[in-house]
Design a protein around this ligand. Structure first.
Ligand SMILES: Cc1ncc(COP(=O)(O)O)c(C=O)c1O
Length: 365
């Protein structure tokens, strides 16, 4: 069997694949309405929130755009905390819609420093919102969102969170950490294909939404809420029904496993990945104390040609891993370990890497 170990899309369990092959149903009929209500209630458990949660059809980036356009107006100042490719993207979306973006960048491979966030908020009192990536997939780093959130809330600012590659895999208690809009994507820890973004919206975010003037149509949370609250629950626009069938099954699997067990499994699998890489003489790209439990970035060193390694792994061993993005192209490779993954999967990946390393020029020092 192929080992698809990129940080999303991730493999789907057979139960999910079977559910997704069902015949279409009326997305404005009672069967879909009941399923949508049931899914929404279960999503709230995984988000650990009592606030609104919406199912949007689109990829994660669509969810990030929704977070921006529903809470901000052109000219608003936002602090964009960035530790990699996806932090940059979140800031770029805000800029594209006319926000005045104040970047707060940290070296790739490290985590954001909450004290630096405090200094930035002290320096510019007019900042309205803080954008932060919980888990930076491009570098394999998880930010200390709890610490960042407590600083952001000292200053009473809105906190918009990209949790696309963390929610459902790494603990993120949305209400306890006072996150205003949190975005995740179906192809990550949810064990289903791409096609859905899920977002939570706090009371403070709704207050901002009432005044926000960035253009919005498809992503309007007011529409999502009014359709969800109809006598027959709906989404405003035609949803990715097959992916919703999959989510209905995967959520049951997740709640049966239990959130604490899911987080512990991801921590174990991540540890096995890091230890496995180190046992081969490789070094980790991310600072280990902030290393992600959903994706591990491994540094290319000692002659290792990562592109050659990825090609041999793919063609000869059916192990699919990711390279580095943008300035990390050729400098790292990444192993995704989120969603439907066990320690045995990682053992298979590490064994294949071990065989291929010398063929890809690696000389263990
Ligand atoms: C942290 C993070 N943010 C944003 C995205 C973009 O999501 P999508 O490709 O679903 O639009 C990704 C996907 O790789 C991600 O990992």
């Amino acid at each position: 069997m192929e080992q698809l170990r990129i940080p999303g899309p991730t493999p789907c369990p057979n139960e999910v694949l079977q559910a997704m092959s069902r015949q279409m149903i009326n997305h404005r009929g009672p069967q879909f309405g009941q399923m949508l209500n049931d899914i929404t209630a279960k999503l709230k458990q995984v988000f650990q929130t009592k606030s609104d949660v919406f199912l949007l059809t689109g990829s994660g980036t669509g969810g990030l755009e929704a977070a921006i356009v529903n809470t901000l107006s052109p000219g608003d100042k936002v602090l964009s905390v960035s530790i990699g490719v996806f932090g940059e993207r979140f800031g770029a979306i805000a800029g594209q819609f006319g926000a005045e973006v104040i970047p707060l960048r940290f070296e790739w491979g490290t985590a954001a420093d909450a004290d630096a966030v405090r200094q930035a908020l002290e320096a510019e009192p007019k900042i309205k919102a803080v954008l932060v990536t919980h888990n930076e997939t491009s570098t394999g780093v998880t930010n200390d969102l709890e610490a960042i959130s407590s600083v952001v809330k000292e200053f009473d600012k809105l906190l918009l969170v990209d949790a696309i590659s963390s929610l459902g895999s790494i603990n993120l208690p949305v209400d306890d950490w006072h996150c205003d809009v949190v975005v995740t994507g179906s192809q990550k820890g949810w064990m289903i294909p791409p096609g859905l973004a899920m977002v939570s919206v706090s009371q403070e975010a709704w207050q901002a939404q009432a005044k926000a003037r960035m253009p919005r149509f498809y992503w309007d949370f007011t529409q999502a809420k009014s359709y969800l609250e109809k006598a027959t629950a709906q989404t405003p626009w035609t949803p990715a029904i097959s992916v919703v069938f999959g989510l209905s099954v995967s959520l049951d699997m997740m709640l049966k496993e239990g959130l604490a067990n899911i987080f512990a499994r991801h921590a174990r699998v991540a540890r096995a990945t890091r230890n496995g890489a180190k046992s081969l003489g490789l070094s980790l790209f991310a600072e280990e104390r902030h290393a992600s439990n959903t994706v591990t970035a491994v540094a290319a060193a000692d002659g290792l040609d990562t592109k050659k390694m990825l090609k041999i792994l793919r063609e000869e061993y059916k192990v699919i891993l990711s390279g580095g993005q943008q300035k990390l192209d050729g400098k790292i490779f990444r192993i995704g370990h989120l969603g439907w993954v066990t320690e045995d999967d990682i053992k298979a990946v590490i064994s294949a890497i071990k065989v291929v390393l010398p063929q890809a020029g690696f000389r263990s020092s």
